[in-house]
Design a protein around this ligand. Structure first.
Ligand SMILES: C[S@@+](CC[C@H](N)C(=O)[O-])C[C@H]1O[C@@H](n2cnc3c(N)ncnc32)[C@H](O)[C@@H]1O
Length: 243
């Protein structure tokens, strides 16, 4: 690797870390939510009013997010997120949703908020996570979500063909027996149901990850968390982040 490339890598990693702070502020203060609900381009003042924030600070946030390319700006200083890039989950046809391996329930609760007419279930084998998720449900007073502790790897028989949508975020690689879980998930999915699966983008051939900072980080998670989880029961797939 050339020294310039090495220095650039340090610089862009630190820069992206700073941008991530501004993204976190936007999530916390509802700026992204508000921008997503506007159907037309807005001024910094309109966005500030909608979030009950000081315009000067909102303008600074927009300066960062537009420079970073996450918010678009018009020639007359109005801001927007392109329609195609906004999250679209609302649907009247969804009645039952399952967040498999829900952890402490952050996504599960968001899904329940976005789909008030649906019943959203979160399941996990980790007792602590389910307790935390139940506390969060009580604190945020979300009626249409239920958290269930999965006592063994078998999903409830009464759930056969129950779900319109099943999400598995960052879970597949943790499963000691992924094939078994996948066939069970297929059983509880409606014939026209959808599974949304997100897993780390890491190659099992280490040579294919050279220079991939995300892969380096994901191997750290793997050492401390994923591999022990995936090796927790026999027979174990022992997938870690990538195998
Ligand atoms: C990396 S966490 C992801 C949590 C959550 N989906 C999120 O994105 O925040 C993986 C989760 O999978 C759960 N898990 C692992 N094996 C499982 C299994 N056999 N059945 C259900 N959940 C499992 C773990 O307890 C953990 O909460």
């Amino acid at each position: 690797m050339e020294p310039e490339e090495y220095a650039d890598k340090f610089s862009s990693t630190v820069t992206n870390g700073f941008i991530a702070l501004e993204i976190a502020i936007g999530l916390k203060l509802g700026l992204f939510n508000s921008l997503n609900t506007f159907t037309s381009q807005v001024t910094s003042k309109e966005l500030a009013v909608s979030c009950k924030l000081k315009e000067r600070y909102v303008r600074e946030w927009l300066g960062c997010l537009s420079a970073a390319g996450f918010v678009c700006i018009t020639p007359d200083d109005k801001y927007f997120i392109p329609e195609a890039c906004k999250p679209h989950t609302e649907s009247n046809t969804i009645s039952n949703v399952l967040d498999f391996g829900c952890g402490p329930g952050c996504l599960t609760i968001k899904l329940a908020e976005h789909l008030p007419k649906a019943k959203v279930y979160g399941i996990d084998i980790d007792r602590n996570s389910i307790e935390k998720a139940k506390e969060k449900k009580a604190k945020e007073n979300i009626p249409n979500v239920e958290f269930v502790l999965l006592e063994n790897d078998h999903l409830d028989e009464s759930w056969t063909k129950k779900f319109d949508w099943i999400t598995m975020v960052d879970v597949l690689h943790d499963l000691p027996n992924p094939n078994l879980s996948i066939s069970d998930i297929k059983r509880i999915l409606k014939d026209d149901g959808i599974v949304s699966l997100i897993d780390p983008c890491v190659h099992s051939d280490h040579k294919m990850n050279l220079g991939n900072q995300s892969a380096a980080m994901l191997y750290v998670f793997s050492t401390f968390l994923r591999l022990p989880c995936s090796m927790s029961r026999e027979p174990a797939a022992a997938n870690g982040s990538a195998e």
